[in-house]
Design a binder for this molecule. Structure first.
Ligand SMILES: [Ca+2]
Length: 416
């Protein structure tokens, strides 16, 4: 997704057909196969007979789950147009897919939840609708936030509300633009939007694009570019600056929470930690883990790329936040940050942070505890090699999803 040059060829997605709700693969012999409710546009709508497998009673054992044999991917949706994210509102069992051309779709629902294709453009493959976050109190207030590049390429953070009449549709008339930031080039737009454990809204923005941080934004906390922003969307309209943001008293833009980032395409929170996957230029990809409550951290770009001096040899790394994972472009080209697994289906991987690479095709995980990495795993043997893993997603129950830009949404499920 967050490719390194301005010349990258836009990926070709299916784009022309509507999303298809795909029946999950039954992993238990007592499960009744769910019936697809959304008609498939390319074939006659048919009713699939429900075949019920006789229930067999299994003896009660002391272990609640059979032993884990491995992980696999279960298709939960297919045929999406350049999907770049999937998420759920808190406590909600629906899955919302973000399509880069400008639509948000609920898996299993025919009509789009929101369509902002008229507001955005994809002149560059890194442009479009890139982020979505539901307010922590979405069930009560129906507020959600989107991040897109507008038709002029300008980064735009906007708020919408769900329709009063239809929970599966947004109210396009509710749109309110909270923040805009001009982008000198089409790439490095960041794109992650997420609420932290503190209830603040975080937005990642890239360094403005081009290459080599040519506009000099990485080490400038007084610009919103090359940074993660932190906003209070409850205390004021359009937003308030949290009083504990690091630059409220000067030294930087008041919205800036962290800086020194090249293109923080995806980041996530887990408990008191913030995991940031910052896309590298030509040599190194990196993942940073820092206390979520630590404001003003400098992640080093472009002084460093990963653990390597970038602008000049023998650089001074003092004061820079060092990555906890780096890998070279021998293994990939653009890191796709994911999530720490906290779901119920696979307790064996509780606490494992999953990540991938857009061209490497692999999914890996680590556990990060007390500053150390344990349990580093490569899941290619289980999950196979996938084209263009553009994002992960997490549902309200904490289960993890893999988004492939060609159009497929997968859930990570156990083999038992
Ligand atoms: Ca860095």
């Amino acid at each position: 997704m967050a490719a390194c040059s301005d010349d990258a060829t836009p990926p070709i997605g299916p784009g022309t057909t509507g999303p298809v709700a795909t029946s999950p693969v039954a992993t238990s012999p007592v499960t009744t196969t769910p019936v697809t409710t959304t008609p498939v546009t390319t074939s006659p709508a048919t009713t699939i007979p429900v075949t019920t497998t006789p229930v067999t009673t299994t003896p009660v054992t002391t272990s609640p789950l059979p032993s884990l044999q491995g992980l696999q991917l279960e298709v939960v949706g297919d045929g999406y147009a350049n999907p770049v994210f999937v998420t759920s509102p808190p406590g909600d069992d629906r899955l919302f897919v973000v399509e880069k051309p400008g639509r948000i779709r609920i898996i299993g629902v025919e009509a789009p939840f929101l369509d902002v294709t008229a507001l955005t453009a994809e002149d560059h493959q890194e442009q479009g609708l890139l982020g979505l976050a539901f307010h922590p109190d979405y069930a009560a207030n129906g507020r959600f936030f989107v991040y897109y590049t507008d038709r002029g390429g300008t980064s735009t953070l906007a708020e919408y509300a769900v329709s009063a009449a239809d929970r599966d549709a947004a109210d396009p008339g509710s749109a309110e633009i909270l923040l805009t930031q001009e982008q000198p080039k089409g790439n490095h737009n960041g794109g992650m939007l997420a609420f932290g454990p503190d209830g603040r809204l975080y937005l990642g923005l890239g360094d403005g694009g081009g290459a080599n941080d040519r506009y000099g934004n990485g080490q400038r906390p007084d610009t919103l570019l090359g940074a993660i922003l932190r906003l209070d969307v409850d205390a004021a309209t359009p937003y308030a600056i949290p009083p504990d943001n690091p630059f409220v008293d000067g030294g930087g833009a008041p919205e800036v929470w962290a800086y020194g980032l090249r293109n923080p395409w995806r980041f996530s929170f887990d408990g008191g930690l913030l995991y940031v996957a910052d896309v590298g230029q030509a040599a190194w990809e990196e993942i940073d883990v820092a206390p979520a409550a630590s404001g003003g951290l400098n992640y080093g770009w472009p002084i460093m790329e990963g653990e390597a001096c970038f602008q000049e040899a023998g650089c001074d790394a003092a004061g820079l936040e060092a990555p906890v994972i780096v890998y070279s472009h021998d293994e990939g080209c653009s890191v796709t940050g994911g999530y720490v697994y906290r779901g119920a289906a696979i307790p064996e991987i509780d606490g494992h942070y999953f990540y991938a690479d857009w061209c490497g095709g692999w999914v890996r995980s680590i556990r990060y505890q007390d500053g150390a990495i344990t349990d580093a795993s490569d899941w290619t043997g289980d999950l196979g090699s996938l084209d263009q893993i553009v994002s992960f997603g997490r549902d309200a129950a904490g289960e993890l999803y893999v988004v492939v830009q060609g159009g497929t949404i997968y859930r990570i499920v156990p083999i038992r």
